[in-house]
Ligand binder design. Structure first.
Ligand SMILES: Cc1cc2nc3c(=O)[nH]c(=O)nc-3n(C[C@H](O)[C@H](O)[C@H](O)COP(=O)(O)OP(=O)(O)OC[C@H]3O[C@@H](n4cnc5c(N)ncnc54)[C@H](O)[C@@H]3O)c2cc1C
Length: 383
């Protein structure tokens, strides 16, 4: 247990909490930090990926030590076209994330415990202990998703060790040449080495239930087609991520909740991809510039920040609404297929949640890939 009252207690040592700690350790070494994490390791069990264009040049040095693999380009495959896009792609593995964050902090800065309650300046643990601090930030992952209207992106990924080389040299970010009958489905491939490959089966689905055994069988089927012989499986990860298509920020983060938030807890993710790394890096970088990190001020500033970002994300929620409400599940892939004909720069800004007005118009221009009447109905019903 850290002996002194720290400047900041971070609740949850996942992606957002770990990044905040890394950035503050580098840019505000005067501050004392404590991370309280329920799991045995920081970052849980994840492979996080991001495009170079997701992270501003000024923040690149923050994520560089976390990267375990980098590829200069990636592929997408659809029934109607396939394409290689020359944008570098990076992967972070949670085991490495844990090591890097730990090495940036004093050993006693990480407390393995479950948070029960918090105020802006105190934390009560499940074992009854209370810690006091100058400020608290809550980065314990998703908040109350029932306050939002969501579709779901759900997946199961496995790292496979093959008996012979797979022959892939770059990631396949979406292989949508697979059965589409249940909604938008794609397989995601990361070739970590000549005989090591991460294979993830992903669904954009109306429901959050994940049938783990069926997805394992589908990965086995997918791997059998190119005649890969799987020698062993070294990682299995699952995810059920919200694709937010509507809802009210004030319900997700009520004004009465006076504890600062970051990460998915603050609603800081791209609503359509559900990816939070670009936001988490930007947020951590912004946080380090705040002159006053005292609890109530930090709570106010972070809620303001998240609220602004929520408004900016309205466009992506609207696209999500079109995807889930205006397109029949087996035809949802057409929206993505069409999107992937656009320029790499536009695609990059879209993933980063930084689309310009021209980008937004460009994505919507031309012959709509969904029936117009249903699109209008979906948008009218949108909150
Ligand atoms: C398998 C998977 C893969 C993903 N891949 C990507 C990707 O490639 N790129 C991308 O941008 N996004 C990805 N995402 C989406 C999103 O970026 C991640 O979910 C990301 O980890 C969210 O960051 P976070 O810090 O908000 O929450 P988390 O990383 O989930 O961190 C929350 C932390 O809080 C801890 N915690 C929770 N409750 C308590 C408590 N009561 N007391 C103490 N600790 C607590 C948890 O143990 C956890 O470590 C992925 C999600 C999943 C599930």
């Amino acid at each position: 247990m850290p002996s002194e009252r720290p400047d900041l207690i971070i609740l949850g040592g996942g992606l957002a909490g770990g990044l905040i700690a890394l950035v503050l350790a580098a840019r505000r070494p005067d501050l004392s930090l404590t991370i309280i994490e329920a799991g045995d390791t920081l970052g849980g069990n994840h492979v996080w990926s991001f495009f170079d264009s997701d992270v501003a040049a000024a923040d690149r040095a923050l994520v560089e030590p976390l990267i375990v693999h980098r590829w200069p380009s990636y592929d997408v495959r659809f029934p109607g076209h396939s394409r290689t896009i020359g944008e570098p792609y990076n992967a972070i593995e949670s085991e490495h994330f844990d090591r890097v964050v730990r090495s940036a902090l004093p050993a006693d800065a990480i407390v393995h415990a479950i948070v029960a309650e918090a105020t802006s300046t105190s934390v009560t643990l499940a074992d009854g202990r209370t810690l006091t601090t100058k400020a608290v930030i809550d980065t314990r992952g998703a908040g109350d998703l029932t306050t939002l209207r969501c579709g779901w992106q759900k997946f199961l990924g496995q790292t496979l060790q093959l008996a012979a080389p797979h022959g892939l040299t770059r990631p396949v970010v979406m292989d949508a040449k697979v059965d589409q009958s249940e909604g938008y489905r794609f397989v995601y491939l990361l070739p970590f080495g000549p005989t090591e490959i991460f294979v993830e089966d992903t669904y954009y689905s109306d429901t959050p239930d994940l049938d783990v055994e069926t997805l394992k069988l589908r990965i086995a089927d997918y791997s059998a087609a190119p005649a890969w012989t799987v020698a062993s499986t070294s990682r299995t990860e699952t995810g059920v991520l919200p694709v937010v298509i509507g809802g009210d920020f004030d319900a997700y983060w009520p004004a009465a909740d006076k504890v600062a938030r970051g990460g998915v807890r603050a609603g800081l993710f791209q609503p359509l991809t559900s990816y939070s790394l670009p936001d988490a890096v930007r947020f951590a970088s912004w946080l380090a510039t705040l002159p006053d990190l005292s609890g109530p001020t930090l709570a106010h500033a972070t809620r303001d920040y998240a609220r602004r970002q929520w408004r900016r994300n309205a466009y992506y929620r609207m696209l999500g609404m079109l995807l889930f409400r205006a397109a029949d599940p087996p035809k949802r892939y057409r929206i993505l297929e069409r999107f992937y004909r656009l320029s790499p720069a536009l695609i990059g800004r879209f993933y980063a949640g930084r689309s310009t007005l021209v980008d937004k118009l460009r994505v919507l221009s031309g012959r709509p890939p969904v029936p117009l009447g249903r699109a209008v109905k979906a948008l009218v019903e949108r909150k």
